[in-house]
Design a protein around this ligand. Sequence first.
Ligand SMILES: Nc1nc(=O)c2c([nH]1)NC[C@@H]1CN(c3ccc(C(=O)N[C@@H](CCC(=O)O)C(=O)O)cc3)CN21
Ligand SMILES: CC(C)C(=O)C(=O)O
Ligand SMILES: [Mg+2]
Length: 262
Amino acid sequence: MGLTTQQLISWKQQGRPIVALTAWDYAFAQLLDKAGVDIILVGDSLAMVALGYETTLPVTLDEMLYHAAAVRRGVKRALVVCDLPFLSYQESISQAIHAAGRVLKETGVQGVKLEGGHPASLETVARLSDIGIPVMGHVGLTPQSVHRLGYRQQGNTEAEAERILSEAIALSEAGAFAVVLEHIPANLARIITTKLPIPTIGIGAGGDCDGQVLVTADLLGLSEKKPPFAKSYLNLREIVIGAVNDFSQEVRERKFPESDQL
Ligand SMILES: Nc1nc(=O)c2c([nH]1)NC[C@@H]1CN(c3ccc(C(=O)N[C@@H](CCC(=O)O)C(=O)O)cc3)CN21
Ligand SMILES: CC(C)C(=O)C(=O)O
Ligand SMILES: [Mg+2]
């Protein structure tokens, strides 16, 4: 058995930070798990970083299932959570149960994440949690609402900050085991983190959350564009282009293969 949601909740009480990153395939999931990442998220951001779409909206449940199964095969210790994609859970509670059930049954991942803290999504989170499906909430900037919100920071006004705080509290009361806080002021994230009994996982939400998540492609310098809050620890695009150029040159100069590479 790997990590459980209960263990992650106890880490909040102990003040032990939670490390989360995204993955969309077996190879990277295995690397992240071996490196000791605690939560591996099969994020719907894969629509943009792996599939080349403009937004996260086009990715389908079947595509998420395909990637989640690959990720799950690479992971021994981390808790794996899969984003429910746009319109796979908003139509009705039974649609959400069906989608989340397929994710758990067909891929073996341990939880799902869904965006939003409005009354309908709270009801959905409560029902999924009640039937034993661990749910991670997600408030602040919710990219599935890009056409309403854009990618701007959320919670700048007093009223918006109040709303995001009450959504986070309500998600926790509905049974979510953790909540992602995306692109909100650090002050607001700190207040939410203090008020919630469950871990907050921040992305562009300052340093006082219980954990941090990034899109792995951003951390590695692999994405074409990254949000202003994402830190690159490597420039993998440059490294890959360099290696491909070296190979190309050796092929064109008939230097590869050498006799021991036949
Ligand atoms: N590679 C990648 N990393 C991510 O973190 C990520 C994705 N993709 N795709 C899904 C969402 C979209 N995210 C984003 C994307 C862009 C900004 C951004 O550029 N924000 C600027 C400009 C906002 C505007 O359009 O006015 C900002 O200053 O907030 C923020 C979050 C975060 N998520
Ligand atoms: C950035 C995280 C929280 C996400 O939802 C995603 O990668 O889709
Ligand atoms: Mg997502």
